[in-house]
Design a protein around this ligand. Structure first.
Ligand code: ZN
Length: 481
C-alpha cells in the first residue's frame, strides 16, 4: 500500500525556514506517512486527505522536557500553599516523600493515562518522562500515539528528614548500580520501540543522591549508547548547601568536574546557582552551563508556586544556555509553562523585552528538540516528523489574531487545542482522543486514587501527620449548622 499524503490548508502556520520559526499566512503543510514533505503557500502534488483549517493556527507540537507522568496528577489539591522555610520553601523533603509513599501502583498506572490525555489536550506531542512504571508508560504511549522519551531513574542514595528541620541521606551504592544496570538494559531493549514513538534516556535522579562513580558510569553509557541524560540539579537551597559542604563546590561546578556535563545533558531546574541570589555563593554557574553546552529543563510553575524563580530566563538565554520547558508538576500544560516562563522572566529582570513569546515558544519546540539531539522535531519543515497541533483561531481567547505566537503564549487556553497529530497520526480530533473518549471516567478513577493516597499520607510522613494537618483545607470544613 502506498504511503498516504495529507494536506492541511490553514490560515496561520508557524513554519520553519531552515534556521528559525516563521509566520506563514494562508499556507499549506503536507505530510506523507510520519514525515512532513512540504510547507509553503501552495502544493502542486496529489494528496489523499485534505484538512481544512480555515481560521485556525498550525504549530509544531510541544516538547515537554521534564515530567513525572506517574505522579503529577496527584500533586493537585494537596501540595499547594504549603512548604517549609527550614527547607527554603522546597517541597522535596517533606511534602514529596509523604505523598509519594502514600501512592499505590494502580494510581501510578492511572496517572500515566491521565497525564497523556492532559498532555495531548494542551498541545504536547513529546515528553521526557522520569517515573517508576516505564514499561506501562511505553505501552500507553503506543496506545495514545504519544512520543515518549522514558528515563528509568536510578540513584546511589535518597534523602529524608526525621525532624522536619534537616535533610539527611541514606546511601546504598550497590542498589544504585543495580538500578543503573536495569535502566541501561531497559533502554537498550526499548529505544526506538513502537515505530520510534518510544525512546530512552539516562536519568540519574538527583545531583545530591548520585555518587561520582555512578555519574561516571552514566557518562560512559551515554557516550556508548548515544542517548541523552537528564539529572535534577540546583533545585533547592538545601541541596546546594549540601554540595558545598561535601565538595566545596556548587552542584553545577561539581557536575562539570566529575565529567558529566555536555551537550547531551539536560539539567532539571538549575535554579539555585553560584552567582545567583538564592545561594548567595560566589561564582558563575550560568557560564559553566553555557560553556558545557548543556540544556536546562525550566519548569517555572513548580517553583513559582512556592515563591521561587529562575534568575533569569533572559540571562540564561543571552549566555547561550539551551533553554527548554517542562511542567514537572500539575497542571501538565506547556501553554501555562510558556506563559509563566515569559511573565516571571520579565518580573525577575524588571524588563518587558526579555523572555518574549518567541523566546518561550522556541524553548517549548526547538530548544527541547536540540536537548534530545533531534533536528526532526519541534518544527514544521520538510523532513521533520509530523507532530502538529491545530489551534482554534476564532475563539474567546484567540481573537483577535494578529500574532499567533503572542496569542498562544499569553492568551490561549487548553480548549483552543483542537487537533493533535503525532508521527503523522491524528491522535486527538476536535478535542476528542479516540483511545480515551471518556475523560469523566478517568477523572472519577483519579478521584478514587486520590482518596486512597490522602488516607495514606501518615504512612509516608516522618511525623505521621494526616493529610489535613500537612496540607490544611483552604477553607475549614463546615457542616452547615
Ligand atoms: Zn522533576
Amino acid at each position: 500500500m502506498p504511503i498516504e499524503r495529507t494536506l492541511i490548508r490553514a490560515s496561520h502556520i508557524i513554519a520553519y525556514d531552515g534556521k528559525q520559526h516563521r509566520y506563514l499566512k494562508d499556507g499549506v503543510a503536507v505530510y506523507e506517512g510520519d514525515t512532513i514533505i512540504h510547507v509553503g503557500k501552495t502544493f502542486d502534488g496529489a494528496v489523499d486527505h485534505l484538512v481544512n483549517a480555515a481560521g485556525r493556527v498550525v504549530t509544531p507540537g510541544f516538547i515537554d522536557t521534564h515530567i513525572h507522568m506517574a505522579g503529577s496528577p496527584l500533586d493537585k489539591s494537596f501540595i499547594e500553599d504549603h512548604g517549609k522555610r527550614n527547607f527554603y520553601n522546597s517541597g522535596l523533603f517533606e511534602m514529596l516523600p509523604a505523598r509519594s509513599a502514600a501512592q499505590d501502583n494502580d494510581a501510578n498506572h492511572l496517572c500515566v493515562e491521565f497525564s497523556m490525555a492532559e498532555l495531548l489536550h494542551t498541545g504536547t506531542t513529546c515528553a521526557l518522562e522520569m517515573g517508576p512504571v516505564h514499561a506501562y508508560t511505553a505501552e500507553q504511549a503506543a496506545r495514545f500515539g504519544f512520543r515518549a522519551y522514558i528515563g528509568p531513574m536510578y540513584r546511589s542514595g535518597r534523602w529524608y528528614t526525621d525532624d522536619g528541620k534537616s535533610v539527611k541521606y541514606h546511601w546504598d551504592e550497590a542498589a544504585g548500580n543495580a538500578a543503573f544496570e536495569r535502566a541501561v538494559t531497559w533502554i537498550e531493549q526499548n529505544d526506538g520501540a513502537h515505530g520510534g514513538l518510544v525512546k530512552g534516556f539516562l536519568s540519574p535522579a538527583q545531583v545530591d543522591t548520585c555518587s561520582e562513580a555512578l555519574l561516571q558510569r552514566t557518562r560512559e553509557a551515554a557516550n556508548r549508547m548515544g542517548v541523552p541524560i537528564q539529572i535534577h540539579a540546583a533545585q533547592s537551597v538545601a541541596e546546594f548547601q549540601e554540595m558545598v559542604r561535601r565538595h566545596g563546590q556548587s552542584p553545577i561546578e561539581w557536575l562539570r568536574d566529575v565529567g558529566l556535563l555536555g551537550p547531551d545533558v539536560i539539567l532539571g531546574h538549575a535554579i539555585i546557582l553560584a552567582g545567583g541570589s538564592w545561594a548567595q555563593y560566589a561564582g558563575d554557574d550560568i557560564a559553566v552551563m553555557a560553556q558545557a553546552g548543556c540544556s536546562v529543563a525550566h519548569a517555572p510553575w513548580v517553583f513559582a508556586r512556592r515563591g521561587i524563580a529562575l534568575e533569569s530566563f533572559g540571562r540564561y538565554l543571552k549566555a547561550g544556555v539551551n533553554m527548554t520547558l517542562g511542567t514537572d508538576t500539575a497542571p501538565q500544560s506547556m501553554i501555562e509553562a510558556m506563559k509563566f516562563a515569559a511573565v516571571i522572566g520579565k518580573i525577575m529582570d524588571r524588563q518587558t523585552e526579555v523572555a518574549t513569546a518567541a523566546d518561550v515558544f522556541n524553548a517549548a519546540t526547538l530548544g527541547g528538540a536540540k536537548a534530545i539531539g533531534r533536528d526532526d522535531l519541534g518544527r514544521i519543515a520538510p523532513g521533520a516528523k509530523a507532530d502538529l497541533v491545530i489551534w482554534e483561531g476564532e475563539s474567546i481567547w484567540m481573537s483577535p489574531l494578529r500574532d499567533p505566537i503572542k496569542n498562544i503564549v499569553f492568551n490561549a487556553q487548553a480548549e483552543d487545542v483542537k487537533t493533535v497529530i503525532v508521527n503523522g497520526k491524528t491522535v486527538m480530533q476536535d478535542g476528542v482522543i479516540p483511545s480515551v473518549p471518556d475523560i469523566k471516567t478517568l477523572a472519577r478513577q483519579l478521584q478514587a486514587a486520590g482518596a486512597r493516597m490522602w488516607a495514606n499520607i501518615p504512612r509516608g510522613d516522618w511525623a505521621e501527620r494526616e493529610a489535613d494537618e500537612l496540607s490544611p483545607q483552604s477553607f475549614a470544613l463546615w457542616d452547615g449548622a
